[in-house]
Design a protein around this ligand. Structure first.
Ligand code: B16
Ligand code: MG
Length: 216
């Protein structure tokens, strides 16, 4: 019997991967590195600095920048990304998300956000769903990013549950791996790339019923 839900944000609640891609592509172009939409899949669920490191390695420039310079590059990307987020509205929620969160609330199931994004509180405000969540794990408090299970263990703690008592929702392989490593039941939300190791995989949350999931 499950008692709580732990949600990834980008790719599960809303699709901001396209904005991350635009902002990273611009930044990469500006330093002479070419990335494409397929490479972008490797950045999903990965923290801002780890994403920059992957881009620099991809371009063979991993030893060309000091830590301060890398921080400046990451800040530049984030400023552009936040500009692209300004027009987000509730219409940008992925299909079935609002209904699913309302059904969870009606069933008194606590919901937590476990996102690598430091912009999560701002994005949830824009989508007008901040009130649907009982907690947001602050990614700045983590010692390791996904696929480490730390963020999911902290998410369960935030609603006084053991990971085994919660269901985690993820769109990225790094996230599914983190959920499973924490001991949580994993729902993979798949847009295009296959997800390995999830307990169930759906295309949209409309395919799920809260009471059925609680029986898992
Ligand atoms: P920020 P998630 C992740 O969100 C994104 O998938 C990933 O592409 C991004 O680099 C990361 O957040 C950090 O985001 O730069 O806004 O702090 O999928 O864990 O909700
Ligand atoms: Mg995601």
């Amino acid at each position: 019997m499950k008692k709580g839900f732990v949600f990834d944000l980008d790719g599960v609640i809303t699709d901001t991967a396209k904005f991350h891609y635009l902002a990273w592509k611009d930044l990469a172009d500006s330093i002479g590195i070419s990335i494409d939409i397929k490479f972008n899949e490797r950045l999903k669920g990965i923290s801002r600095m780890d994403s920059l490191e992957r881009i620099l390695v991809h371009g063979g420039k991993e030893n060309e920048y000091s830590l301060d310079e890398k921080e400046a590059l990451a800040t530049k990307k984030n400023t552009h990304y936040v500009e692209l987020l300004q027009d987000l509205t509730p219409a940008d929620l992925l299909p079935g998300v609002k209904e699913f969160l309302d059904e969870a609330k009606a069933n008194h199931v606590p919901c937590v956000i476990a996102s690598a994004s430091k912009n999560a509180p701002f994005i949830l405000e824009k989508l007008e769903v901040a009130d649907e969540f009982d907690a947001i794990v602050d990614p700045a408090t983590l010692s390791k990013g996904k696929p480490d299970p730390e963020i999911f263990i902290k998410a369960a703690q935030a609603i006084d549950l053991k990971p085994e008592e919660a269901v985690g929702f993820e769109d990225a392989q790094a996230g599914v791996d983190g959920i499973k490593a924490s001991g949580m039941f994993a729902v993979g939300v798949m847009a295009n790339e296959a997800l390995h190791g999830a307990d169930i995989v759906v295309k949209k949350l409309t395919e799920l019923s809260v009471p059925e999931l609680l029986q898992k």
